[in-house]
Design a protein around this ligand. Structure first.
Ligand SMILES: NC(=O)c1ccc[n+]([C@@H]2O[C@H](COP(=O)([O-])OP(=O)(O)OC[C@H]3O[C@@H](n4cnc5c(N)ncnc54)[C@H](OP(=O)(O)O)[C@@H]3O)[C@@H](O)[C@H]2O)c1
Length: 174
């Protein structure tokens, strides 16, 4: 990553999108040209506290993909036992308290913890809703209740698992 930035006339920072955590951190301690962002699966059911701590220690911004849990309800060949975080009763109760949606509560939780959150929507109303998260605050008890939902189980691909078949291919332009 450092060499990409050093060789580039335009890149000022590099992000990591999902690559092994050890590789992300290895860019950090010795250079100003560190990974600026680490893009990882992160929603209330999979919070990756160790990754978040390591990122914070090295000045890397943790960016949550599937921040409202899309990976927990998208169709696909995922874990049989997965649960849809959008239907979680604790999040629903907190959302009702604030007259907000579960998605807004999950986004607010991420923002209050200092993360970058990048929800995806194709619906103009939901895009607007996902931006409308700066007029309420979750209190400590609400934050703790959402933290307690972590299952420690990812749904998406584990970037620490070797996928030689997928990644080990030549890039002709490189
Ligand atoms: N690098 C990676 O490995 C990786 C993997 C997964 C995702 N990502 C990226 O992360 C971003 C978001 O992740 P994601 O798409 O997996 O999941 P997500 O943003 O957590 O969830 C998206 C799902 O939630 C729905 N939705 C959006 N806003 C909503 C709202 N306010 N209320 C109810 N439903 C709502 C969307 O449907 P509608 O569109 O119909 O609103 C869609 O089904 C995407 O840009 C994606 O490219 C990266």
């Amino acid at each position: 990553m450092r060499s990409v930035v050093a060789a580039s006339r335009v890149a000022r920072a590099v992000g990591a999108a999902p690559i092994p955590q050890v590789a992300v951190i290895s860019t950090a301690p010795t250079s100003e040209k560190v990974a600026a962002v680490n893009h990882v699966e992160l929603h209330p059911y999979f919070q990756q506290p160790d990754v978040q701590s390591a990122d914070a220690e090295h000045g890397i911004l943790t960016q949550a993909w599937s921040p409202i849990g899309g990976i927990t309800f998208y169709p696909g060949p995922w874990r049989e036992d997965r649960k849809n975080v959008m239907q979680d009763p604790t999040i629903a109760a907190i959302a009702a308290t604030h007259s907000k949606s579960p998605a807004q509560v999950m986004l607010r939780w991420g923002i209050q913890q200092g993360r970058s959150v990048i929800p995806k929507s194709t619906d103009p109303g939901r895009i607007a809703q996902n931006l409308d998260v700066f007029d309420f605050t979750l209190d400590d008890d609400e934050m703790t209740r959402i933290d307690a939902l972590d299952t420690g189980k990812r749904t998406g691909i584990d970037p620490d698992e070797p996928r030689g078949d997928f990644y080990d291919r030549p890039i002709p332009e490189a």
